[in-house]
Design a protein around this ligand. Structure first.
Ligand code: ADP
Length: 191
């Protein structure tokens, strides 16, 4: 199996690039942000629980996120691989993901990290906020908090994969297809 972690700050272009990666490599998409938004729209208990964290731009507790991913992986047998988008966002989540995958006899192939400067992230998220309908895209303080949470809690996850020699960094500014081609060069090495 090919199991990719797509990493980067909010607004780095993970959603856009994951669509293209999925189409080329036939991977199953696991976006924890999308899954939480689905629960929120459907008004499930999990959605209600996640809502207060998401609206402030804080992380949903690890146990909740890990449980949701575990269920999602188990409900999709026989796939060619997964692309994890917006997950793992903490080192305990990364450790839990390793455990979940090793129980399926398959490891993470590698992490692709999109590198985008902060001023550009801010611009992109505010622009997306005009149409995304996401409360967390529309308020300056919430956007700033998401970037702060990323720097404080999520960045150490990159080191976790670097240590294992499973890390590739791609500069995330430029044409979408140009960035995609650079991502494919890395993924093809892991196939
Ligand atoms: P973005 O990358 O634009 O910040 P996401 O759609 O990935 O947005 O996530 C939206 C929100 O959902 C996050 O701010 C957080 O509250 C919650 N969330 C998503 N994934 C995780 C995760 N792996 N761990 C904790 N919280 C998460």
């Amino acid at each position: 199996m090919l199991n990719i972690v797509l990493f980067g700050p909010p607004g780095a272009g993970k959603g856009t690039q994951s669509e293209k990666i999925i189409a080329r490599y036939e991977l199953n998409h696991i976006s924890t942000g999308d899954l939480f938004r689905k629960h929120l729209n459907e008004g499930t208990e999990l959605g209600l629980l996640a809502k207060k964290y998401m609206n402030e731009g804080n992380l949903v507790p690890d146990s909740v996120v890990i449980g949701m991913v575990d269920e999602k992986i188990k409900s999709t047998p026989g796939v060619k691989g997964f692309i994890f988008d917006g997950f793992p966002r903490t080192v305990p989540q990364a450790e839990a993901l390793d455990a979940l995958l090793s129980s399926k006899g398959t490891p993470i192939s590698g992490m692709v990290a999109l590198d985008v400067p902060e001023n550009e992230l801010f611009k992109r998220i505010k622009e997306r906020g005009k149409t995304s309908g996401r409360a967390d895209d529309q308020d300056n303080d919430k956007v700033m908090n998401r970037i702060k949470v990323y720097n404080d809690e999520t960045l150490p996850v990159a080191a976790y994969y670097k240590k294992q020699g499973k890390y590739a960094e791609i500069y995330g500014i430029g044409e979408i297809d140009e960035i995609f081609n650079k991502i494919c060069v890395e993924i093809d090495r892991w196939k």
